[in-house]
Design a binder for this molecule. Structure first.
Ligand code: ZN
Length: 390
């Protein structure tokens, strides 16, 4: 299978000029000016990108792909994600996770959905565990899960500083982190700990304490929802300035919050002004999870489903509203998550990497075309591949 994308402005995510890209099967084979193969050859698919932006496929590294929630009773359990929702959002690599509910939802079910998405044509991985401690695994051991199950990259989302957490003591988190790290080392994987940080006063205290007294490196942890409130956002500044990774959640934001510092595109701008290296920042959607609202007493008042489309929307807002350069803004959903998760063939648009890419309209940054592992999923806004039951 040969595909040539002609005349695109290539962001890999750094800008490398106007070039053609030749895809052979599921890999990027060649990037240069004027690639010409006999165009009468019916085996070559030509896509004219004509000045549009060609960028790496997006990575969303925190999605409740089997559904989430249930925090308002059983009828509030959110449904599984549809394959096409990911495609329309430009997401060619997804990492699935469980959240509050580790009882009616299981790691086995999450693994099956992860494999289903792979079979449907995108790249998919998962974290083992859910909010609670001890971390509930598939094989009975964190290390074993990471070493023996290809799709498992680490543990998550384990919850701290939250009224919905299992109120772990610091040792539980420390031991789980150690296991994830060693499992990662043995399997040549990231072995990261994706940490859900809640609204509680303790914020990032557990992480700082563990980092101070153990040899576990700071980058082993990826704390998420750092933009959930101003105080946590401020704590995150210190944490990131010390070299820590921070993740902003995009689906909890909406247009009412345009001027709020906690809107991810605004948070990104703020962190860059604070001198934080953009390589330390990622966005994830928290898609398909429920977005519960609680009052001051911690009582549940309402619910909605998180959208994966929020992932790129916030990057777009960072570029169009906050004037962050496209090559920079793209990093938080391409190169950075690929580096953090050690997905060596992802996140960059270079020769030899996986043929995962998105073509964006050069006027309004609208997603036009999506290619995953060399397969055209969306072309000129038209869906070419659907999920099995869509
Ligand atoms: Zn969470």
């Amino acid at each position: 299978m040969l595909t040539i994308i002609k005349n695109g402005e290539i962001y890999n995510p750094e800008y490398i000029g106007k070039k053609d890209i030749l895809l052979v099967n599921d890999r990027v084979y060649l990037i240069k000016e004027n690639i010409n193969i006999n165009e009468n050859d019916l085996l070559v698919k030509i896509i004219d990108a004509d000045g549009d932006y060609v960028v790496p496929g997006f990575i969303d590294s925190h999605v409740h792909i089997t559904g989430g929630g249930g925090e308002g009773g059983f009828h509030t359990r959110t449904p599984e994600i549809k394959f096409s929702d990911l495609i329309y959002a430009g997401i060619t690599t997804v990492i699935g996770c469980l959240g509050t509910d580790g009882i009616t939802r299981s790691g086995e079910d999450l693994l099956a959905k992860t494999r289903a998405l792979k079979e449907e044509g995108i790249s998919a991985y998962m974290y083992t565990g859910s909010y609670g401690f001890p971390v509930k695994t598939i094989t009975g051991e964190i290390k074993k899960d990471i070493i023996l199950i290809n799709e498992i990259l680490g543990i998550g989302e384990v919850a701290i500083s939250d009224h919905r957490s299992s109120q772990p003591d610091i040792f539980q988190l420390e031991k789980a982190a150690a296991e994830a790290r060693v499992g990662g080392i043995l399997a040549n994987k990231a072995g990261i700990i994706n940490v859900h940080v809640g609204d509680g006063e303790r914020k990032l205290d557990f992480l700082e304490e563990i980092l101070e007294k153990t040899e576990i490196p700071r980058k082993q942890f990826i704390p998420t929802h750092i933009n959930r409130n101003i105080d946590l956002l401020e704590k995150g500044v210190d944490y990131a300035l010390k070299g820590g990774l921070v993740d902003f959640t995009t689906s909890s934001s909406n247009d009412f919050y345009d001027n709020k510092k906690t809107k991810p595109s605004n948070s990104l701008k703020y962190y860059l002004e604070k001198g934080i290296n953009i390589n330390n920042i990622t966005f994830t959607s928290d898609g398909q999870g429920s977005l519960p609202e609680f009052n001051e007493e911690g009582e549940y008042v309402g619910l909605k489903v998180g959208k994966v489309s929020s992932l790129f929307k916030e990057v777009k807002d960072a570029v169009l509203k906050k004037e962050i350069d496209l090559d920079k803004a793209l990093k938080v959903i391409t190169e950075n998550p690929a580096r953090n998760l050690e997905l060596k063939n992802k996140g960059k648009l270079n020769e030899g990497k996986d043929a995962d890419l998105v073509i964006l309209d050069n006027k309004d940054l609208k997603i036009k075309t999506v290619i995953a592992k060399g397969q055209i999923m969306l072309e000129d806004n038209k869906l070419k591949q659907k999920g099995t039951f869509e």
